[in-house]
Design a protein around this ligand. Structure first.
Ligand code: PLP
Length: 395
């Protein structure tokens, strides 16, 4: 075949594949213990419930196999509008848009709001695939410093004045990658700052329902008096990521922009998946299911924290998250985790190095560890292996 020089869109310049997806390929060897992905445990999937719902679907199957509205399956939108009240969010069903995962919400928000050269303010570190989306829309991510309680309000104010951003992207609950959770006060003040500057916040919350300790905190969206916050939720971590179902909640005008953006991508989200999730979430089994996955993941978190105490060098520090799926480890300053990964994979253990989570290229000595997907035994063995690799690197 003769090779032809193809000419790609400028937006593809510098776009490489998602680092996590590349690392996941490495970890597919059967004997590698992977703390790399953000995957729920396969044991957590409500297999029998889904099987039963599909068996019982009846005559509605015909309409579920047909095209449907972009906004989504009405009973599920109704359910979500009620359900999010617990997070302090007041919304009606018509303010809910069903998505193909919350990832699609990040993409649609950027599509609706960003022109090339625009700035998006992000946390430091932040979800790396959001950084990819921002880059794809030829915009620029700028990190705002903060602490365990969230973004620093003064630094946010200053960044808004300096960069005139279009968007602020946040994962305030059980952050990916750090596992930390913003305080209520910080949520309120950041929502107020964004509202007075007229900047849209994307509050990305795929982990909020996975709390194992501590007290629930209201969503940033709960403080959204000006209609500036797009709240994104997901069924990926609590039901199944393969279903590809998430949702956006936003004020009518903003939501309409997302709807129009979605029409040109996938017309609407998978109808049958929406039906199944709606039936499951409305059944008494949903509460039991959440209770049982929280119990198991909470134990896995504890097991990983214990294994880190036992096997990691004293120079290492790590977060102790109240929920979510990740622990964030910081090693001695001279250790480069991207180099360490090669050696770790040789020793049959994998993690995600820190740098891709920073828009300024820092985080060389950090790593993200997922605790949901490995078994208890694998957590012990994998963290022991990783501890050895780190110590060999001179930490
Ligand atoms: C912060 C964050 N946002 C969005 C997503 C995408 O989730 P979904 O499967 O709902 O698209 C993830 C997945 O890991 C995530 O960690």
């Amino acid at each position: 075949m003769s090779s032809v020089q193809l000419s790609y869109a400028r937006r593809m310049e510098g776009m490489s594949g998602n680092v996590i997806r590349e690392i996941l390929k490495l970890t597919q060897q059967p004997d590698v213990i992977s703390f790399a992905g953000g995957m729920p445990s396969p044991d957590s999937f409500p297999k029998a419930d889904i099987q039963r719902i599909l068996n019982d679907v009846g005559d509605e199957l015909i309409s579920l196999l047909q095209y449907a509205t972009t906004e989504g399956y009405p009973p599920l939108r109704e359910f979500i509008a009620q359900w999010v009240k617990d997070r302090g969010i007041e919304a009606t069903a018509d303010q809910v848009l069903m998505l193909a995962g919350s990832q699609q919400g990040i993409d649609l928000a950027c599509k609706a709001l960003l022109d090339p050269g625009d700035v998006v303010l992000v946390e430091r570190p932040t979800y790396l695939t959001a950084l990819q989306v921002i880059q794809m829309y030829q915009a620029r991510a700028v990190a705002v410093p903060g602490d365990a309680d969230g973004m620093d309000p003064d630094a946010l104010q200053e960044a808004i004045e300096t960069y005139r951003p279009k968007l602020i992207y946040l994962v305030p609950t059980f952050r990916n990658p750090s596992g930390e959770t913003w305080s209520r006060e910080r949520r309120q003040i950041v929502a107020e700052i964004a509202a007075s500057a007229g900047v849209v916040i994307v509050e990305d919350d795929p982990y909020g329902m996975l709390r194992y300790s501590g007290e629930p905190v209201a969503a940033v969206k709960a403080f959204d008096s000006a209609g500036c916050v797009i709240y994104l939720g997901s069924f990926s971590k609590i039901v199944s990521p393969g279903m590809r179902l998430g949702y956006a909640i936003a004020a009518p005008e903003l939501l309409r922009k997302l709807v129009v953006g979605k029409q040109t991508v996938d017309v609407h989200s998978n109808n049958l998946a929406q039906y199944v999730v709606n039936e499951f979430c409305r059944s008494p089994r949903f509460a039991e299911h959440l209770k049982s996955i929280r119990a198991v993941y909470g134990q896995k978190r504890d097991r990983m924290l214990q294994a880190l105490e036992t096997h990691f060098p004293e120079s290492a520090t790590w977060t102790r998250p109240d929920g979510g799926l990740f622990v964030w480890v910081t090693l001695a300053g001279h250790i480069q985790t991207s180099k360490l990964l090669e050696r770790a994979v040789e020793q049959k253990v994998a993690f995600i190095p820190g740098t891709p989570f920073f828009c300024d290229g820092s985080g060389e000595n950090a790593m993200r560890l997922n605790f949901s997907n490995a078994s208890f035994e694998q957590i012990d063995t994998g963290i022991a292996r990783l501890g050895r690799v780190i110590k060999e690197a001179g930490a």
